[in-house]
Ligand binder design. Structure first.
Ligand code: ATP
Ligand code: MG
Length: 202
């Protein structure tokens, strides 16, 4: 298996920004959010199972998941959320594993927003990289980007691992507490290190 770094962090901390920077430098990227959308898009590998479990009402005419309808269901019904996750998680994990194995990049970044909450990707990873910023910055950045209120952002944050626990589980940390160039400089340093560590030792 290629050398693989798991990238995670709280909502709005800068995971996507950092991932784009690593990709521009030549890292391979496997993004579990992207895989999840593919699996539930038109013709996606999860659609038959979703139709079987929840009924044809949850599948749109184009063959993709009716996302707003499913979002409303799992928001109101924790058991439905568990049943959806029981369909999706094994498929996401297997697709991730295959894409990492097939990658021809010098190393791979596996992006998993809830990496440390689920714990189910550790066996694929050589290192865990956490993108970190303080809570006030998190709330500001997410609010600037979406229509969520500060309260809604905080309620998402409360469902995620507390910052201190996440940092305690990190091998490497990107401190995204400055401007974008501050983040880029740290990404460049880590990229060089990962290239060095990924090179087969002889
Ligand atoms: N250092 C920074 N300075 C200013 N803005 C930033 C910085 N880093 C990220 N941002 C902005 O903050 C917002 C959140 O960043 P980003 O989308 O990278 O976070 P994320 O961790 O991927 O969020 P999500 O959990 O929602 O996927 C974006 O609009 C991004 O452009
Ligand atoms: Mg993101």
């Amino acid at each position: 298996m290629p050398y693989c770094v798991g990238l995670t962090g709280g909502i709005g901390c800068g995971k996507s920004s950092a991932t784009d920077m690593f990709a521009a430098l030549g890292a391979g990227v496997v993004d579990t959010d992207v895989i999840s959308r593919e699996l539930t898009g038109p013709g996606g590998a999860a659609i038959d199972a979703i139709r079987g479990e929840f009924g044809a009402d949850y599948v749109l005419a184009d063959g993709g998941l009716d996302r707003p309808r499913m979002r409303a269901l799992v928001f109101a019904d924790p058991d439905a959320r568990r049943r959806l996750e029981a369909i999706l998680h094994p498929l996401i994990r297997e697709t991730s594993r295959r894409r990492i194995a097939d990658s021809r990049s010098p190393y791979v970044l596996l992006v998993v927003p809830l990496l440390l909450e689920t714990g189910s990707y550790r066996d694929l990873l050589n290192r865990v990289l956490v993108v970190d910023c303080d809570q006030a910055q998190q709330v500001e950045r997410v609010k600037a980007r979406s229509a969520l209120t500060a309260d809604e952002v905080r309620s998402i944050m409360n469902a995620q691992l507390p910052r201190a626990e996440r940092l305690a589980l990190a091998d490497d940390v990107l401190r995204n507490d400055g401007d974008i160039n501050h983040l880029r400089a740290q990404v460049e340093r880590l990229h060089s290190r990962y290239l060095g560590e990924a090179r087969p030792q002889s």
